[in-house]
Design a protein around this ligand. Structure first.
Ligand code: FE
Length: 139
């Protein structure tokens, strides 16, 4: 991973073999980034994506292996109990150019991942909501 800062944005290159969620969580931890937004494109060969079942209030997840383009990662950064909390979704395409995706749990880079992370000026916290079973924005 390499990065540089331009204004309030970080340009991050995540390299082959690195895991995207882990790298970005560590990045926010090390710089004490409390709120922000994330967008990225690239290529991965192993991903774990999830789907939240709002009736059962639980996540279902699936690990996929193969050649995938990251059409888009979009997400936000907040904090939960003073720890960085990254919420990201991913859209992928496969060798038939079909798109699919879900909540991003983990993704291993096969070639490169190009991230623009924008730090927002302020703190954004979350708290657990019993009604949905999710950690929602505390506004
Ligand atoms: Fe999600």
């Amino acid at each position: 991973m390499e990065s540089k800062k331009i204004g309030n944005r970080y340009i991050i290159r995540i390299d082959k073999g690195e895991e995207i969620v882990n790298i970005l969580t560590r990045f926010c931890n090390e710089r004490a980034i409390k709120s922000g937004k994330i967008s990225a494109i690239g290529a991965v060969n192993e991903v774990d994506i999830g789907l939240f079942d709002s009736i059962k209030q639980e996540y279902h997840s699936k690990t996929l292996k193969g050649a995938f383009e990251i059409l888009s990662i979009t997400g936000n950064i907040s904090s939960n109990k003073d720890q960085p909390y990254l919420h990201m979704h991913i859209t992928l395409s496969n060798n038939e150019y079909n798109a699919f995706g879900g909540h991003l749990n983990t993704a291993i880079v096969s070639a490169t991942c190009e991230v623009i992370l924008e730090e927002l000026n302020g703190k954004l916290e979350r708290s657990f909501d019993e009604n949905t079973g999710l950690n929602l924005f505390k506004l």
